[in-house]
Design a binder for this molecule. Structure first.
Ligand code: FES
Length: 168
């Protein structure tokens, strides 16, 4: 997203909300307002729009749903499926299923981490790549395997990683 930026001073990602974003958030607030157990689905819907839950979005929802911002922040940071960091333009999924693991998947993950200077579940500062670890993706014959978006890269060795990433 072009309107997402990293605010170094605040050490967090911020999104510049435009009219359309507010309309989407108002829709979510209207949908869930005053319904029991509404907070998690409301946050899920909001994350579905932005890909993450920046503080400005949390605060807007807090106001609309009449919940304290600190309560929302607590929920967002408690559940692993919520994130305050945007996903990168390309998502790298490294398989750590048994077949891949036996064939050296841990070294592949380490090489990707070192090359991009991020850890698993992180995103590069330029928002180009996010790194995730997954279980068997059904391509064990090609182990070890990574997916970058929908592209599968198999029979990997750490030395191939830099060349592969350069193509994205
Ligand atoms: S274990 Fe990696 S594809 Fe099956």
């Amino acid at each position: 997203m072009e309107n997402v930026q990293y605010d170094e001073k605040a050490d967090r990602y911020v999104v510049e909300l435009v009219k359309e974003d507010y309309e989407h958030l108002d829709e979510i607030i209207g949908r869930y307002s005053d319904k029991p157990g509404y907070l998690i689905p409301a946050l899920k819907d909001a994350q579905g729009i932005f890909g993450f839950l920046p503080l400005d979005v949390q605060n807007y929802l807090a106001k609309g749903l009449r919940i304290s911002p600190s309560h929302i922040y607590g929920v967002v940071t408690f559940y692993a499926f919520f994130t305050t960091v945007p996903r990168g333009q390309h998502v790298i999924r490294c398989c750590m299923g048994t077949a891949c693991y036996v064939k050296g998947a841990a070294d592949i993950v380490k090489k990707v981490e070192d090359t991009l200077a991020i850890k698993v579940d992180e995103t590069t500062e330029d928002l180009k790549f996010s790194l995730e670890v997954v279980r068997c993706v059904g391509a064990c014959g090609l182990a070890p395997v990574i997916f970058i978006d929908d592209d599968v890269h198999g029979m990997l060795e750490p030395k191939k990683i830099e060349n592969i990433l350069e193509k994205y």
